[in-house]
Design a binder for this molecule. Structure first.
Ligand SMILES: [Zn+2]
Length: 234
């Protein structure tokens, strides 16, 4: 048989090629790790950055409180020194000290709050890191399998591409165009094969005249009366 069997061969190559392509894109998606792994990585990142913010906040509150302590001490020694005599000035100095003390208290509260938050986040981080480390280890063993298959499938992809080019070269342009046209319209399957008197793509019974035409060893293309695909004798 001439062109007809080449068309069927092309169909087989394309069907396999489609499968390989689908699997390749699946593997590509898998190669970044599981959803759980990605989520846990994100969680660890978010906890680390939040921890950093609270640590900075705690440090800032402590530094500010420290410098305020010095200023309060200065103001108090000025008050005690007897340098300031005017009642109005004394009153203003005292009120300034009171206000600094209140501010210092709120800073200390903020510092404690930040410290507790830091402790809490450190706890969460250690739990999340433990989970991440288990997931990463688990993933390491799977990644090897995925990478191996990915390499194998890429080889198959290249092999099928070459095989397709060789097969396409043998076909008349008109047949090839008809094939591509049907493949687009018929869900990727342009060529069907007869199984007894039934088309193996649409499972419809085919008239005797069409069967004998499909089985004839010439290059004339026969179409299934059921689905319109190119029909090849069994
Ligand atoms: Zn059919």
């Amino acid at each position: 048989m001439g062109n007809k069997s080449d068309l069927y061969r092309l169909q087989e190559i394309d069907t396999t090629w489609d499968k390989v392509r689908r699997r390749l894109s699946q593997l590509q998606n898998m190669s970044g790790g599981s959803e759980d792994l990605k989520k846990t990585r994100d969680q660890v990142g978010a906890t680390e950055s939040s921890l950093g913010e609270w640590q900075r906040a705690q440090k800032e509150a402590e530094l500010e409180s420290y410098s305020l302590t010095e200023r309060i001490e200065e103001a108090e020694s000025k008050l005690m020194s007897g340098e300031v005599r005017s009642p109005k000035e004394l009153e203003s100095l005292q009120s300034s000290i009171d206000s600094m003390r209140r501010h210092k208290e709120s800073l200390e509260e903020r510092s404690v709050e930040a410290m507790l938050k830091v402790e809490e986040l450190n706890g969460s981080l250690s739990t999340q890191q433990g989970k991440l480390s288990t997931l990463e280890q688990d993933w390491d063993s799977k990644r090897q399998t995925i990478d191996d298959e990915l390499r194998q499938r890429k080889k198959e992809f290249v092999y099928l591409k070459r095989l397709r080019e060789q097969t396409v070269e043998k076909l008349p342009t008109a047949d090839l165009e008809q094939y591509e046209h049907l493949r687009r319209r018929k869900n990727g399957i342009a060529v069907a094969r007869l199984e007894g008197d039934v088309c193996n793509a649409c499972h419809m019974e085919v008239p005797r005249s069409v069967i004998s035409e499909a089985k004839r060893g010439n290059s004339t293309i026969t179409y299934c009366t059921g689905c319109g695909r190119i029909l090849i004798g069994g």
